[in-house]
Structure formats: structure tokens, C-alpha cells
Design a protein. Structure first.
Length: 228
């Protein structure tokens, strides 16, 4: 079994805004092992969401090499990436993770179905996340924090091997974040998932095996002494 889930070398990615070209990622490298949780911190606009979307195949790099689950990204077509996102890579986006026309319960069943699972532990996940009472509600009938927890349930129910999370506790109040953080990490650790977690929450970051800072287009080990 290949334990290196992500092997990214020298990735670059820019965006064009009219005539202006913004180089967001410039020579970024990252290795993520199975069972390893890595926090990514960095200021707004530094490219954290861009990085996650390169790793789940929604964006392509301009240059550099990317291997996921040992497979070279140049060998993966759109269908291959879609299959990986259905079954092996869960992404928690900064917003809009849920299908608005489905209740929480049906969102969960849908995600499990996409991953090809006949059975799922969605009810138990909702219970653990403290939102069992929202199962019959639609996403727009939830608070931001409840929505985020429902999105977590959807991500875990598909039994991914890799989770890419963009500020998973971003819209939770302090107390709820304190409660959800251990649950999030329990689920990651129990299943030995690889996790890349963009977070501004020190509690979340400290629970990770490593903290990396995205600065000037590349990842560096975070040194609190330098950054503060
Ligand atoms: N589709 C796009 N077209 C043009 N520019 C973009 C696009 N998406 C992002 N950018 C720009 O790229 C830079 C990085 O954006 P990104 O969303 O990756 O940052 P981030 O680190 O996730 O920020 P935040 O912490 O605010 O979520 C920003 O300057 C942003 O304005
Ligand atoms: Mg972002």
C-alpha cells in the first residue's frame, strides 16, 4: 500500500484577472502520509483554498509535479478525478458543501451512495456532532455552525482516505469549535485518514502533527517565534 497520499513538487499556479496575472503558488512542495494530519495557516489571499483545489483536481497546476495516491496527475483525466472525489478524497469547502434541495439526512445518504456504500453511519455521526435534531431539515434551515457540522458528517460518511478541509471550524462559535475539534480529530485518527486542514483556530492547528505556513506561494514549517 502506498502511504504517501500526496507528493507535490514545485507546484505553481496563477490566475489571470483581466490583464493582470497573479502568481499565487510559486514552487510549492508538500508530502502527506496516510494517517498524518497537517495544518496549513496563512493570511487571507495567500492561496490556501487554491492549494486544496489543486490537490482534489478541481484546478490544475501551471507547472510542477503532483502525485495523489501514487498516481501522477498528468495521467488522471476529469473522470478519474471525479471518481477520486466521490470515493477517496473528501473536500470540506469554505462554503456550500451541502445540496440545498436535500435534507441533512438525504445529503448524507447521497454522499454515501456516491461513494458506492450500501450502508453508512450517518446517524451516529450526526449524534456525535450534536446535530441529530437537524436530520430532517434543509441546509438553509440551519445555522452556519450546524451547516458546517452537517458538512463534516457528509465528508466522513463517504469513508475517504484523504480529507482536505478549508477552515472546518471557521463558522463555529468558540464553545462549539472546542467541542467539534476533538470529534473531527477522533474521526481522522480512528480511520487513519490523511488530512490537510486549513485553519485559523490554534486549537485545531495544535492537534495536527505538523503546522505549515503558506507564505509567498510556498509552504514552510511554521515557526511561531518568527511569525509572531
Ligand atoms: N478564480 C479566481 N480568479 C482570479 N483570482 C483568484 C481566483 N481565485 C482566487 N483568486 C486570487 O488568488 C489569491 C489566492 O486566493 P485563495 O482563495 O486561494 O486564498 P486563501 O488563502 O484561501 O484566502 P482566504 O483565507 O481569504 O480564504 C487571492 O489573491 C485571490 O483573490
Ligand atoms: Mg480560502
Amino acid at each position: 500500500m502506498n502511504n504517501l497520499l500526496i507528493d507535490a513538487r514545485d507546484l505553481s499556479r496563477s490566475y489571470r484577472n483581466g490583464r493582470e496575472q497573479i502568481a499565487v503558488l510559486r514552487g510549492l512542495s508538500l508530502e502527506l502520509q496516510r494517517g498524518e494530519a497537517v495544518a496549513v495557516i496563512g493570511p487571507s489571499g495567500s492561496g490556501k483554498s487554491t492549494l486544496l483545489n489543486l490537490l482534489n483536481g478541481l484546478l490544475g497546476p501551471d507547472s510542477g509535479q503532483l502525485r495523489v495516491f501514487g498516481r501522477d496527475s498528468t495521467q488522471l483525466d476529469d473522470d478519474d478525478w471525479a471518481e477520486l472525489r466521490r470515493t477517496r478524497i473528501a473536500t470540506l469547502f469554505q462554503d456550500s458543501n451541502l445540496i440545498p434541495t436535500l435534507t441533512v439526512e438525504r445529503n448524507i445518504a447521497f454522499r454515501a451512495g456516491l461513494a458506492g456504500l450500501q450502508q453508512h453511519d450517518g446517524d451516529a455521526l450526526l449524534q456525535r456532532l450534536g446535530i441529530a435534531d437537524t436530520a430532517q431539515r434543509y441546509p438553509d434551515q440551519l445555522s452556519g455552525g450546524q451547516r458546517q457540522r452537517a458538512a463534516l458528517a457528509c465528508a466522513f460518511v463517504m469513508q475517504p482516505e484523504l480529507i482536505l478541509a478549508d477552515e472546518p471550524t471557521g463558522s463555529l462559535d468558540y464553545d462549539t469549535a472546542q467541542r467539534v475539534a476533538p470529534l473531527f480529530f477522533d474521526a481522522i485518527r480512528e480511520r487513519a485518514l490523511g488530512a490537510l486542514i486549513v485553519t485559523h483556530n490554534p486549537e485545531m492547528a495544535q492537534r495536527c502533527d505538523r503546522i505549515l505556513e503558506l507564505r509567498e506561494g510556498a509552504l514552510r514549517p511554521w515557526d511561531s517565534a518568527v511569525s509572531s
